[in-house]
Ligand binder design. Sequence first.
Ligand SMILES: [Fe+2]
Length: 267
Amino acid sequence: MKWEREFENYLTLHGHKTDAAHDLAHFRRVYKTGLKIAEEGADVEVLIAAAYFHDLVSLPKNHPERHLSSLLAAQAAEKILTAMGFPTEKLKPVFHAIHAHSFSAKVEPQTVEAKIVQDADRIEALGALGILRCLYTGGKLKRTPYHPTDLFGKKRPLNDELYTIDHFFIKLFKLKDLFQTKKGRALAALRTEFLQEFVEKLAADEAGAHRILRVITDGHQKSFFHSLDPFAKNRKLENEYIVDELLADNKDLFISKFLAQLKDEIL
Ligand SMILES: [Fe+2]
């Protein structure tokens, strides 16, 4: 599609360079997942524009105006799309889909495209990719990975500003109930199971799970994976990718399961 090339070019020139959780690969995946879970009647042009530009402005999780991110992104997208000659009648639906995608904006998605974009973006918080994104962000914000004696928060209040894994209990495990589309909900349930398995392995002191946690948390200066060859089929392992570091430990059973799950989610 014509727009895919145009949006890719625009974001290659102007996209976030320092935040691997909101890079071009994320926008591409939101679009592709959107197509996968799209229900009949969805407008693909609205879908692609909203998917590629939904995080155009993304204030950090601890920013006081974080709840305005998606509104600012929608406004910025409208300007860019207008300058590109995007169909005028589709600007409003794109604006709504971008504005409504974020939790913190508290805007109910009204259109099929807005529901799809919200689900496709939300699915990224689950599964192996969700683990990668959550631990990476925790590392970036210098949070402690988990409470040393009470990982599940049984005898203390959960606090994800202190402990990264607390975010699984406060938000990620509950996400599956908030999906808007039927296919999105089914996918979310599967990926939540993987998250649960990871936390159980951590709690059981399984070496592979702990290695995954350490490599991702400490890798917050790196990229997630090589954009063209994520699993190093045709290249040597490189120090700048988190996945490459895990590939070097591929003999561990849970690490290879994690990598297989990630492959399924991103390719
Ligand atoms: Fe996003």
